[in-house]
Design a protein around this ligand. Sequence first.
Ligand code: ZN
Ligand code: ZN
Length: 286
Amino acid sequence: MGSVLPPDNHVHSQWSWDAPAAASMARGCEQALAAGLPAVAFTDHLDFTVPADGDRIAEENIEPRPYAWMRSLDVAGYLASVQECRERYPELRIWSGAEIGEAHLWEASAAAVVATGGFERVLGSVHAVPFGGRLRAIDDLFPLMPAGDVMRRYFAEVVRLIEGSGIFGVLAHLDFARRMWPRSAPAYRERDFEEEYRAVLAALAASDRVLEVNTKSPLVSAELVGWWREAGGKAVSFGSDAHQPWRVGDKFKLAVDVVEAAGFRAGRDRFDFWRRGQGGQGGLGG
Ligand SMILES: [Zn+2]
Ligand SMILES: [Zn+2]
């Protein structure tokens, strides 16, 4: 124990619409091997811009596109790349996957792609929230209202995602909006949003899904992972959210320490999620 790093279950490659030119699935694999990771999941963005029949975004009359340059995933091209990397790096376990944005608003569209893609790791994310009849990127909201209000809207939308979509197995970056927390605002404190975090964690635990610890976001605290444990959460996934190969596995040692301090341990084998330990070890009180 201790030196075994978990899989990186959240990595982007050149197939993500927001990836820079330097992104490369093959180089991401090389970085995973260099970092000593047993496995990597390429969870490229699966975002939609045009509603299909049955998508809630159309029923609720929300204008859909927060970024003009957003484009849909080329599933066939992506899958061919995964296959190529599996042949080239047999010593690394490589999972296919997708990070679906606002799946509760795009459930029909997402279901159609997931059915054909056969993805092994499906992450659920909120990157944008409906406001004023449009899906708005989080960074657009901070100038419009107090920072705490943006966070509360964000957390409320994450609860709607969890309750409104069963298509994903791992909740990605549960406090993504925190990345954009304005420098002019008082320092961010998780405890100011404890109630909102706990609502998200309770909903996620009730649906028996997995919480991601995201190392691109400001790293969550052991206290927060402890709230996950107290909510009944059973498993933790680690994700670098790398959009450039050098970030694969970034800050994983630190993240492992945080998750261990909250009472979670490596799972069945080195490919598994981390699981809550037995007994009270590492528990943070109630
Ligand atoms: Zn994301
Ligand atoms: Zn991501």
